[in-house]
Design a protein around this ligand. Structure first.
Ligand code: GDP
Length: 296
C-alpha cells in the first residue's frame, strides 16, 4: 500500500504522546511538526498541510480542556478526522440506477491505468449482475482497442470499437447508442490519454463528452506520480466535469501523498482504488476504513 510509510510516520508521532509526561502546547506542536513533515515528505501539497495543522490546533484547544480528559485521545481523533478530510470532499459520487443506461466516461493520462481500470470496473458491475459493456473511443494509441477487447473477451463483456473510424466522438456515440438500444445498464467509454498536444487531448475529451452526454466522468489517476498529481488533476477538472476518481497503482510505492493532494484539488470523491494489474485488483473506496488502515 502506497501510503503505509506515511501512516507509519503519523502513528509514530501520535505514539510519542503516550510517552510524554505532560501534554501541553509544546508537546502538541512537536507532534504536529512531525505529522506535517511526514505529509510534506509524502508530497502532500503545502497549502493542505498548513490548513491541517491550523485546523487541528483550532479543534484541540488544550487550555480549555477540563482536567482529567484524555488529551491523547482528543488529539488522535482530531488528526484522524483531518486526514479523512483530505481524501473526503464531502460529495456523494454518482450511483448507477438499475433498468436504465448509465454512461461512464473514463479520462486520464496515458499510462495512468485507464484501459485496465475500465476492464476492472466492467468486471465489478458485471459480477454484481448489471448488464455491462465497454466502448473504446481511443483512436490515437495503436493497440488501445485490442487491449480493451482482450480484457472484455476474458471477462465475457460485450465491447464496441473500430479499427478504421478515426473520429473518437463518432465511435463513442455509435457504441453508446447501440448498447443503449440493446438495454445495457452500465456503458463504459474508454478515451485517449495522449495527443501530440495537451490542448488537443482536452478538446477531444470535450467532443466525446458532448457526443455521449455521460452520467459520470471518471478521472483515472496514478497514485505514484507525486507532486505532479495536483496540476494534472486541476487540468482535467477544468477541462471536463470530473465526477469521481479512481486512484490506480495503490499497490506501488511512495508518493501517495501527491495523489491525496490531487483528490483535494478536484473536490471529487474517490470511488475505487486499483491494487494490481489483474482484473480483480479493484477495491471500493471508503474514507474512514482507508485512513484507519493507513494509520495501522
Ligand atoms: P492507460 O494508458 O491509462 O490506458 O493505461 P493502461 O491501462 O494501459 O495501464 C498502464 C500500465 O499500468 C499497465 O502495465 C497496467 O497493467 C498497469 N496498471 C494499471 N492499473 C494498475 C494498478 O492498480 N496497479 C499496478 N501495479 N499496475 C497497474
Amino acid at each position: 500500500m502506497v501510503l503505509n510509510d506515511l501512516g507509519r510516520k503519523i502513528s509514530g508521532a501520535l505514539n510519542n504522546l503516550t510517552s510524554a509526561p505532560v501534554i501541553d502546547t509544546a508537546t502538541l506542536d512537536a507532534v504536529l511538526k512531525d505529522i506535517c513533515r511526514a505529509l510534506l515528505e509524502s508530497d502532500v501539497n503545502v497549502r493542505l498541510v498548513q490548513a491541517l495543522r491550523q485546523n487541528i490546533k483550532k479543534i484541540v484547544n488544550l487550555e480549555e480542556l477540563a482536567g482529567g480528559v484524555n488529551k491523547r485521545k482528543i488529539i488522535s481523533k482530531a488528526v484522524f478526522d483531518e486526514i479523512c478530510r483530505l481524501v473526503d470532499p464531502g460529495v456523494e459520487p454518482f450511483t448507477p440506477k438499475r433498468g436504465r443506461a448509465n454512461i461512464f466516461m473514463f479520462v486520464g493520462l496515458q499510462g495512468a491505468g485507464k484501459t485496465t481500470t475500465c476492464g476492472k470496473f466492467a468486471n465489478f458491475y458485471q459480477k454484481k449482475g448489471w448488464k455491462t459493456c465497454l466502448v473504446c473511443a481511443d483512436t490515437f494509441r495503436a493497440g488501445a482497442f485490442d487491449q480493451l477487447k482482450q480484457n472484455a473477451t476474458r471477462s465475457k463483456i460485450p465491447f464496441y470499437g473500430s479499427y478504421t473510424e478515426a473520429d473518437p466522438a463518432q465511435i463513442a456515440l455509435e457504441g453508446v447508442e447501440k448498447f443503449k438500444s440493446d438495454g445495457f445498464e452500465i456503458i463504459i467509454v474508454d478515451t485517449s490519454g495522449r495527443h501530440k498536444q495537451e490542448g488537443a487531448l482536452f478538446e477531444e475529451m470535450k467532443e466525446i463528452r458532448n457526443a455521449i452526454n455521460p452520467d459520470e466522468i471518471v478521472f483515472v489517476m496514478d497514485a505514484t506520480i507525486g507532486q505532479a498529481a495536483d496540476g494534472q488533476a486541476r487540468a482535467f477538472k477544468s477541462a471536463v466535469e470530473v465526477g469521481s476518481i479512481v486512484m490506480t497503482k495503490m499497490d506501488g510505492h511512495a508518493k501517495g501523498g501527491g495523489a491525496i493532494s490531487g483528490v483535494a484539488a478536484t473536490g471529487s470523491p474517490i470511488t475505487f482504488i486499483g491494487t494490481g494489474e489483474h482484473m480483480h485488483d479493484l477495491e471500493k473506496f471508503s474514507v474512514r476504513p482507508f485512513v484507519s488502515k493507513m494509520l495501522g
